[in-house]
Design a protein around this ligand. Structure first.
Ligand code: PSU
Ligand code: MN
Length: 310
């Protein structure tokens, strides 16, 4: 951790600080999923449950958000509750993170911004639901999530359930390969599609234990290769919505977004909330289940990394 940057911009929660100082396992968690990804009150309840899952699996959770321009690494109960209904919270990626800090704004961190903040704090593992990626219709919109470039440059392992199936998954994988990001399927040969355990796409690499993933991360670092690792962890079967069931809802949601002229940062939040309504809440139940599943694996991975670095 760069102490100068930490002192100037970061507020690290005391329990996270002491875990980091002792070389213990810490897992970063994002906040856009709270402010722009799920409705209230499920957003706050899920954030707490996810933190509990991280603890049960041997790591300290650090939910990251920007409050009045301060980069919070680990939120208090009060802060988390506040974030659950707060208005005027920016959805922050690499491009607008410094603006929020300089202008003392509130901001929720996406995958890209959470990776940056986690790295500043010295956290190596991060759990989310699904990363952003290449959007369908990219030929016309050029909408490619900044999450993908962040994975190529910032050394944080991101545990997700694949990319959200609202995206162009083949192009998302192509782009990750171009940018040199290892994409690891955890116990699967197929790239998971968020609400569904699998897509038709083969996963580029496969590993079956947290220890093997920790070994890959250490080896990548030892070789001096920059950037992160994407770990794709399929949602548990009991909670999945099979891809053939989900695809009609997804196509309708994308058509609706287009008809209403939704663009840019608003696209992903719009699609998620539209799907929540159209599936009568089922997509949200699956989303919650997959985030918890990812938190468990991320904690095990962080614990394995902490053991081997001791
Ligand atoms: N995972 C979820 N729900 C979410 C997200 C991830 O289960 O809402 C968020 C992440 O913060 C991710 C963002 O970075 O969606 C992608 O936004 P965009 O497509 O605009 O890059
Ligand atoms: Mn986008």
């Amino acid at each position: 951790m760069n102490q100068d940057i930490a002192g100037r911009f970061l507020d690290i929660a005391p329990n996270v600080q002491s875990a980091l100082a002792a070389g213990e396992a810490v897992v970063a968690l994002e906040s856009t999923i709270i402010t722009h990804g799920m409705p209230h009150p499920q957003n706050v309840a899920t954030a707490r449950e996810v933190e509990a899952v991280v603890r049960e699996n041997g790591a300290v959770p650090a939910t990251i958000a920007i409050i009045e321009g301060r980069i919070k690494i680990g939120l208090s109960d009060t802060e988390l509750d506040w974030l659950g209904t707060a208005k005027d919270v920016m959805k922050l990626s690499r491009a607008d993170l410094p603006y929020a800090v300089a202008s003392r704004r509130h901001g929720a961190t996406t995958v890209a911004a959470t990776m940056i903040c986690a790295h500043l704090a010295g956290i190596r593992v991060f759990a989310t639901g699904g990363i952003g990626g290449v959007h369908q219709g990219v030929e016309a919109t050029m909408d490619i999530s900044a999450d993908l470039d962040e994975l190529a440059r910032t050394p944080v392992a991101v545990v997700c359930a694949g990319a959200k199936a609202i995206l162009d998954l083949p192009r998302t994988l192509e782009y990750l390969e171009t940018r040199g990001v290892p994409v690891v399927g955890y116990g699967t040969d197929r790239f998971p599609a968020f609400w569904s355990r699998m897509s038709e796409l083969p996963v580029p690499l496969r590993l079956d234990t947290p220890e093997a993933i920790a070994d890959l991360i250490r080896t990548k670092e030892a070789l001096g290769l920059e950037g992160g690792v994407l770990v794709a962890n399929p949602v548990p079967s009991a909670e999945e919505i099979p891809a053939d069931e989900m695809s009609a809802f997804i196509n309708a949601a994308i058509a609706e977004a287009k008809a209403r002229g939704v663009s840019g940062k608003a696209v992903t939040p719009f699609l998620l909330s539209h799907l929540f309504e159209q599936t009568s809440g089922r997509s949200l139940a699956t989303n919650i289940a997959l985030v918890k599943n990812n938190a468990a694996l991320a904690a095990q991975l962080a614990a394995s990394l902490a053991r081997s670095s001791a």
